[in-house]
Design a binder for this molecule. Structure first.
Ligand SMILES: Nc1ncnc2c1ncn2[C@@H]1O[C@H](COP(=O)(O)OP(=O)(O)O)[C@@H](O)[C@H]1O
Ligand SMILES: [Mg+2]
Length: 315
């Protein structure tokens, strides 16, 4: 197969941590060719979507871990799969890229996650579709409403709707003299809605990431907040720990599965705290490497095998 990855600049990816690199590595091992491009390398010309792509060969032991064989202009219809794994923010450049990807025919090229699926699923707001599974939550740009919610629950987290890796997540308490100011900063003075959620004390014991492939749980890892922080994100200093998927969490995955399949959100990472759903990561879910290392299983190879079966044109 020829598989294109839309990613952040390769020099910014972390070999030992990044799921995109793990997927590229697994595909290369199985004999497939890897092409990379950024959002700005996508374009539409002569009736179809093209990319200015770099074909790379990975050598994870070397520095850098990839060798660029060639940069070429190619219609992306020549790819069996295009994997959109650009990190958030889902800004205008990101959205425009999804519109260009819409033009790839599903009879020739599998685009994953599906561009329309990504557009419909803001990572924080998408969880609201499964409201019986989420903690008490309010989404608003109104200071009065957000304040009232915090006062009702006592302890809460304020979340900007477009963040990742713990960015901008604040833990707030009723009675905090900074509360008004924190709400103002978070909502950009009432310009943007934010999510406020009851603080789940189980977060201290970990924020569990469960990776789902076509709605089926693939593996999980627990992320424990580091010293002096309440956030479990590895990017915010959290550490990873082996874990199991509990029965209730399997029921949660089963509740999500039909919706994820319907929206062609093939590779997704959900965050679960105290068996409550807090986030559905659809853009560039990570932790595949960590799960493989902790569990001693080659899940990246499993995903590569799945992709071989899923693409419309086998090569
Ligand atoms: N309701 C909650 N209660 C306690 N901690 C939370 C809650 N929601 C999020 N957190 C903490 O904040 C971190 C980031 O939250 P999350 O919603 O997953 O956003 P993102 O990972 O995109 O930054 C989590 O890893 C967790 O430690
Ligand atoms: Mg998260």
């Amino acid at each position: 197969m020829q598989v294109a990855f839309i990613v952040d600049p390769l020099s910014q990816l972390q070999v030992g941590h990044d799921t995109s690199v793990a997927l590229m590595e697994a595909l290369q091992k199985r004999g497939h060719r890897i092409f990379c491009l950024g959002l700005a390398d996508l374009y539409w010309d002569q009736g179809e979507t093209w990319g200015s792509v770099e074909e790379i060969v990975l050598d994870l032991g070397a520095d850098p871990w990839y060798e660029v064989k060639e940069r070429r202009l190619l219609p992306l219809s020549q790819m069996q799969a295009v994997w959109m794994r650009k990190d958030p923010p889902v800004d205008a450049a990101y959205l425009y890229a999804t519109y260009l990807l819409d033009h790839l025919s599903p009879r020739r090229t599998l685009v994953l996650n599906h561009p329309a699926g990504i557009r419909s699923a803001n990572e924080k707001l998408y969880a609201l579709r499964f409201k019986e599974w989420i903690p008490r939550t309010c989404v608003s740009s109104s200071k009065a409403l957000l304040r009232q919610f915090v006062e009702q629950v006592g302890q809460a987290v304020l979340k900007p709707l477009g963040g990742k890796g713990g960015e901008g997540i604040l833990r707030v308490n009723a009675g905090d003299p900074n509360l008004n100011s924190l709400i103002e900063l978070s909502t950009q003075f009432g310009r943007l809605p934010v999510m406020v959620q009851e603080y789940l004390p189980q977060a201290a014991a970990g924020d569990k990431r469960i990776l789902l492939l076509e709605g089926e749980p693939l593996g999980a890892v627990n992320r424990i907040p580091g010293e002096g922080d309440f956030r479990g994100n590895v990017a915010a200093g959290g550490r990873v720990e082996k874990t199991e998927i509990a029965e209730k969490e399997r029921a949660l995955c089963a509740a999500l599965a039909p919706v994820l399949r319907q929206e062609k959100l093939y590779f997704v990472g959900i965050d679960v705290i105290g068996e409550r759903l807090t986030e559905i990561n659809v853009t560039s879910p990570t932790m595949l490497r960590e799960i493989c290392q902790l569990e001693g299983v080659d899940l990246a190879d499993q995903v590569a095998q799945w992709l071989e079966k899923k693409v419309p044109i086998k090569a």
